[in-house]
Design a protein around this ligand. Sequence first.
Ligand SMILES: NC(=O)c1ccc[n+]([C@@H]2O[C@H](COP(=O)([O-])OP(=O)(O)OC[C@H]3O[C@@H](n4cnc5c(N)ncnc54)[C@H](OP(=O)(O)O)[C@@H]3O)[C@@H](O)[C@H]2O)c1
Length: 320
Amino acid sequence: MKILVTGATGFIGKNLVEFLSKPENEIDCLIRKTSDTSFLKKHKVKLIKGDLNDKNSLKLGRYNIVYHLAGAVGSKGYGHYDETNFKGTINLIESLEGLDKFIYLSSGSAFGDSDKIINEEMESNPCSDYGKSKRNIESHLLKMAEKGFPVIILRPPIVYGEHDDVKRDLSMLKLIKLVTRGNYFTIKNSGETRKSLCYVKNLVEAIELAGKSEKKGEVYFISDSSPSLDELAKQIAEIENIDLKKKNLSIELLENYAKLNEKIFGESADLNTRVIKGMLTTWICDSSKAKKELGWKPKHDLKKSLKNTINWYKNAGILK
Ligand SMILES: NC(=O)c1ccc[n+]([C@@H]2O[C@H](COP(=O)([O-])OP(=O)(O)OC[C@H]3O[C@@H](n4cnc5c(N)ncnc54)[C@H](OP(=O)(O)O)[C@@H]3O)[C@@H](O)[C@H]2O)c1
């Protein structure tokens, strides 16, 4: 099987390359001139230089499966997201000499917020610039599917696990640090808010299954659990064998602190108003379609997944 992985130097891409590294697969990875390829050099993969934002730099052949993971995830403004997530995806497709299957890793953000449990039948209404760019390319790919383009779109929610060392607003690392340092806090009812998650090793299995599936023009939510913030904190405390200390803070106090933090540290502020909004929002998606149609059965439960993640952070020296 001749495979192209884009975004192979990123968090999910590294896990996918590790998982797909099997004798039957011949893997090419699209990398930028500036990409850190030290991880990929430990694997039997071919590195192909190219930038999604520069069509002339993309010299690609024919593939059985293209796993398109590369994307702008933490940038400023719609323009930058659109450039990479929308136009970059089109540049990629137009640069290929042919393919049998195109797997696009979209995001739960392409759907937007909802107080109901979300499924693929429901109308999307993305609220962030990132989500809008993901939804726009989804719509474009689905139109191409009507003309025979063999695409499957996967929408994971918050993903966590090994190799997740990228700075994000709502990251598992932040929660693990708060709990293990005795600083876990809630505001209003944030302890009861639930969020769909996916452990990266469960996600890469779904990605591979999508590549092998006969389905085309389908969208799937890929989530393996939807715990509350308190449940997550409790599991982390149990794994680390510590008593969970919880403080309930005044939201006004925290909002003022977040605003000040943003003024001083700008985009890099750890606690910002987006984090506070995120803490108070429940977001749950239903993955039964992926389980039924792709045969996806997440193998790793929440406890085991959190344990593996904590161990990886410790071994990588990110968590003391
Ligand atoms: N992490 C999550 O929680 C999550 C949740 C839902 C969906 N997703 C989606 O999953 C995909 C992978 O996410 P991730 O968390 O692994 O992201 P990540 O760690 O930030 O990695 C992004 C990857 O995309 C590559 N890339 C970015 N711009 C590019 C360009 N112009 N040309 C070529 N390559 C480019 C990066 O290459 P460099 O190494 O050169 O920077 C990197 O390999 C993204 O499409 C994201 O939208 C992620």
